[in-house]
Design a protein around this ligand. Structure first.
Ligand code: NAD
Length: 504
């Protein structure tokens, strides 16, 4: 029987709107009146629901509850925490369709991406649960008469996780997993533009984790800043723009907090003349993250440097692929991409597209968004004749906009590729892998893909050079970063303390 797509998506939206979305502190839902912010569906431009916002008192209460819960949680045997995290993974997986639909309606993510995000979140919880037994201290060489020396790894207490708008449920869960399994409690501050799935995630967490161990506080910059400055939140993990990252690092300075930051990118993709042109053109469109977010990905390789010998043919192939992309309601499985997440972001992308045109780049597909159309849609846009100094080659667009630049000699290519303040990812496509390895060494980026792109295999460190961030995520180092290492020195006889060197 044929599915009536229009009827079906309307029904799904009604279901989402019929629920209420509140927040919980210490496992109890906040019942009192709060000021609210509308959650707006970027496809219909309609308000889905009004979300109550945390107050400054709520931040204090949530931190106190998280501290209290964290004490017992941190003292559990690690196998107990790993078991609880696996149960969290199970409950996320059971609700993957529901969580995905929330991100599709609230953030505009294509439904296939959004459901996969929820499954990826469950996968990450299981990965970190599996690593929990690796969080061990170290033992030091010993000789008779000397003290025994070893280290312990201990949780910080409360971890503040501030996350961006682009993959709401995935970031809320994935980024919390290593902090939770090492014995911290976590307070997530989602983006004020995409809060619904994280709020639902917190309800699910309360089914399997002790109350207060995982909290989601809805709000904007004020709630984020309150967590950043709170004296009882000693560890902060921020994901977002460079500008906000700078605020976070300044705000954390008073209490000298441990901050890790995953920030923006303006990532190059280098195409050599010896490649299979149709294959790499498709890969370039894919690694703009056009098919998933659309283009709202920190790792998106949006600056495409193409050797002059194949430039025109390559561009033709890119345009051929882009022309096949269906833009529409992201709840409709037949659509490849939906709108960007919110109106202000559409305006920012619009402004950068206009700057490209004003600075002399040629839009060969897409262009200035159609404001008459309902929804914050931006058609996939491809610019040719981009020069390295133009804004669309320097600033992160975080949308479906590809800037194509022409290159002829390798040293100018490398200089231009590195000539941005960011250093998150880069990709090289060449039949000569040895040469690509040499170029990879020269690229200032935390991740370099050679003849592949956009894959983020579990366990590989993810994090940026330069202003793209501090610290790595998704691996053992990430896990260890939620612990403090304490040195323990045990005297074995009275004389051993006299023989020790003074500490400093
Ligand atoms: P943003 O910096 O505007 O906001 C991020 C979060 O910070 C939000 O929750 C926001 O409410 C909060 N915030 C705002 N002001 C604050 C303040 N003064 N103190 C504390 N918190 C504050 O970023 P965004 O627009 O939501 O997300 C897009 C950016 O995120 C892009 O730059 C993108 O590259 C980056 N990003 C990076 C990664 C990564 O892993 N490197 C992943 C996803 C997104």
């Amino acid at each position: 029987m044929a599915v009536d797509v229009a009827h079906d998506v309307t029904f799904q939206r009604q279901q989402i709107a019929s629920r209420t979305y509140g927040f919980r502190i210490g496992g109890s839902r906040i019942q009192q009146e709060r000021s609210t912010l509308p959650a707006v569906d970027p496809t219909t431009e309609r308000t889905i629901t009004d979300v109550p916002l945390a107050t400054m008192d709520d931040v204090d209460d949530a931190v106190a509850a998280a501290n209290e819960a964290g004490r017992a949680w941190g003292r559990l045997h690690w196998t107990e925490r790993a078991r609880a995290l696996r149960a969290f993974a199970d409950v996320i997986e059971e609700h993957a369709e529901e969580l995905g639909r929330l991100d599709t309606v609230d953030a505009g993510l294509p439904i296939s991406t959004a459901v996969k995000d929820a499954h990826d979140a469950a996968k990450a919880c299981r990965y970190f649960a599996g690593l929990a037994g690796e969080v061990v201290g170290r033992a030091f060489p010993w000789s008779p008469g000397a003290p025994f020396m070893h280290t312990n790894r201990e949780p910080y207490g409360v971890v503040g996780k501030i996350v961006p708008f682009n993959h709401p449920v995935k970031f809320a869960a994935v980024k919390s997993a290593p902090a939770l399994v090492t014995g911290n409690s976590v307070i997530v501050k989602p983006s004020e533009f995409t809060m619904l799935s994280a709020l639902r995630l917190a309800e699910l967490a309360d089914e399997v984790l002790p109350p207060g161990v995982f909290t989601v506080l809805p709000g904007g910059a004020d709630v984020g800043a309150a967590l950043v400055e709170h004296p009882d939140v000693p560890r902060l993990a921020f994901t977002g723009s460079v500008a906000t990252g700078q605020h976070v690092m300044r705000g954390a300075a008073t209490e000298i907090k441990h901050v890790t930051a995953e920030l923006g990118g303006k990532n190059p993709l280098l195409v050599f003349p010896d490649v299979d042109i149709p294959q790499v053109a498709r890969a370039a469109v894919n690694s703009l993250d056009l098919f998933r977010s659309p283009g709202q990905a920190c790792w998106s390789t949006s600056r495409v440097f193409v050797h002059e010998a194949i430039h025109d043919r390559f561009l033709d192939e890119v345009l051929r692929v882009v022309a096949t992309i269906q833009v529409g309601d992201p709840l409709d499985q037949a659509m490849d991409i939906g709108p960007v997440a919110y109106e202000g972001h559409r305006d920012r992308v619009d402004e950068l597209i206009r700057s490209g045109i004003e600075e002399g780049a040629r839009p060969l597909a897409g262009g200035i968004p159609d404001r008459e159309r309902t929804g914050f849609f931006v058609d996939p846009t491809v610019f040719a004749d981009v020069e390295p100094g133009m804004r669309i080659a320097q600033e992160e667009v975080f949308g479906p906009v590809m800037s194509v630049l022409r290159w002829s000699d390798e040293s100018s290519l490398l200089a231009a590729a590195n000539d941005v303040p960011y250093g998150l990812t880069a990709a090289i496509w060449s039949a000569d892998v040895g040469r690509a390895q040499v170029i990879a060494r020269e690229l200032q980026a935390g991740i370099v893909w050679i003849n592949t792109a956009s894959a983020r295999p579990v366990g590989m460190p993810f994090g940026g050079y330069k202003r793209s961030g501090v610290g790595k995520e998704g691996n053992l180092e990430d896990l260890f970063s939620y612990t403090q290492e304490k040195a323990v020195i045990v005297g074995t006889d009275a004389r051993s303390s006299e023989d020790l060197d003074p500490v400093c």
